[in-house]
Design a protein around this ligand. Structure first.
Ligand SMILES: [Zn+2]
Length: 427
């Protein structure tokens, strides 16, 4: 995009997709403010000994790049824009940290709100919306593309509509205690990692890996199993790695080795009558998730794991898996000369079968309910493969943050997850 001829611009108006070519330069950006955090994060400058300062990380996007980060230290600058506004960011500097690009507001930066969020969601025609904006030709072209992109992306508009507005300004509420129970939205994983108080949060991230503690310690390095790698090698054995006996309510495994040195608690904290409900459970897993800024490990206990695995319970998976195993065993056995099945039609206790075969027959009879049901085991296995697929869209995670707990023991614990619905993205 060519440099726009407007006085006071220290660089060209560029698409976000071209940020890499302008690192270190001043540029003009015409973007949609996707998310504006309610609390600034504290950034510490250890090397320069300048102490700590607050910066607000704002999520922006345009028709060429859906997610980008704007970092501002100037509260006045930030107070002029809200989530859902289409803004012209003038004279911001592009920076690069490792593989992450960021726009940084400096003392000569300014913000011009071109279209307010309430106008954007009113579904007025694009031409009508931009008609009253006094901008140059290049800027108008870019504005049109950004507005069309925002209108096409249904999930974007939906999230903007949820922001309460009053007379064009974000309304402030006085229901503090009620607000505290609500989940707070975080723009990025790096914002989650910088939280200074325990709370519940929502953020978008991609699933990288599912990590579990092995029940066969001699098999793995550092006693941790990467499920993705294991799926490629021994898909059949992951049921026994991931499912154990424990309390379905609090997710505590009975096997003390999986409790990381702790004892199985006497009372259940997730039950009104303090009684554990013992059955098959998903043992506590670690979910490695990431976004453009950082990665984070979430603790996933039984109930959250059920949500992760499409509401399939550990008991359903385990019992279906047993049936699959027995079926495979029966197929391996020699058949009589007439070719009919040997064991499945023989009643319990018949003389022609030996003891172990009788036991297998009883197991088959016991699990006929599970053979009639959907094959939860195969569906579950397929779901895990899909979850670990590299090219998935981000999931929306609801996580409870407990800063008093160690990172691997539940500082960030998964509460729920949903898959946001993207209709169209890009110009
Ligand atoms: Zn319990």
């Amino acid at each position: 995009m060519a440099a726009a001829a407007v006085t006071g611009w220290y660089g060209p108006l560029i698409d976000l997709s071209r940020a890499a070519s302008h690192v270190g330069d001043f540029v003009q950006l015409l973007v949609l403010v996707r998310h504006y955090p309610s609390h600034p994060i504290q950034v510490k400058f250890r090397a320069s000994n300048r102490g700590a300062m607050h910066r607000t990380l704002i999520q922006i996007g345009d028709n060429t790049r859906a997610f980008f980060c704007l970092s501002i230290a100037n509260n006045h600058l930030g107070s002029t824009m809200h989530a859902g506004d289409v803004v012209l960011l003038q004279n911001v500097k592009l920076a690069r940290y490792a593989e992450v690009f960021e726009a940084v507001a400096t003392q000569i930066s300014s913000v011009q709100v071109l279209i307010h969020s309430c106008q954007l969601v009113s579904m007025i025609g694009v031409d009508e919306l931009i008609a009253c904006c006094k901008v140059g030709i290049n800027t108008r072209e870019k504005l049109k593309k950004v507005v069309e992109w925002a209108h096409k992306t249904e999930s974007l508009l939906r999230s903007i509509k949820q922001v309460p507005y009053h007379n064009g300004k974000q309304s402030t509420k006085n229901w503090k205690s009620q607000e505290e129970n609500k989940s707070r939205n975080c723009t990025s994983v790096s914002e989650v990692l910088c939280l200074t108080e325990s709370c519940k949060i929502n953020f978008l991230a991609c699933i990288g890996e599912i990590i579990l503690q092995s029940q066969r310690p001699h098999e793995v390095v550092k006693n941790k199993l990467l499920l993705g790698k294991r799926l490629l090698r021994k898909a059949d054995s992951i049921v026994e790695d991931i499912i154990c006996t424990g309390c379905t309510r609090c997710g505590c495994p009975i096997n003390s080795r999986l409790l990381d040195g702790m004892e199985f608690p006497l009372y259940c904290q997730n039950s009104g009558d303090y009684h554990h409900s013992v059955s098959f459970i998903y043992q506590p897993l670690l979910l490695y998730v990431w976004d453009h800024s950082k990665h984070i490990t979430l603790l996933v206990r039984n109930k959250a794991a059920e949500m992760l695995f499409g509401n399939i319970t550990a008991e359903d998976v385990y019992k279906c898996f047993e049936v699959v195993k027995l079926d495979a065993l029966r197929k391996q056995e020699p058949r009589p000369n007439d070719g009919g099945p040997l064991y499945s039609e023989i009643p319990n206790g018949t003389e022609s079968t030996n003891g172990s075969q009788q036991l297998e027959c009883r197991k088959v009879a016991k699990h006929t309910d599970y053979t009639k049901k959907l094959d939860s085991y195969s569906i579950w296995l397929l779901l895990i493969k899909l979850l670990l697929h590299n090219e998935n869209s981000p999931f929306k995670f609801e996580v409870s943050v407990n800063l008093e707990t160690d990172k691997d023991s539940g500082r960030f614990e998964l509460v729920s997850l949903t898959m946001p619905h993207y209709v169209a993205d890009g110009g």
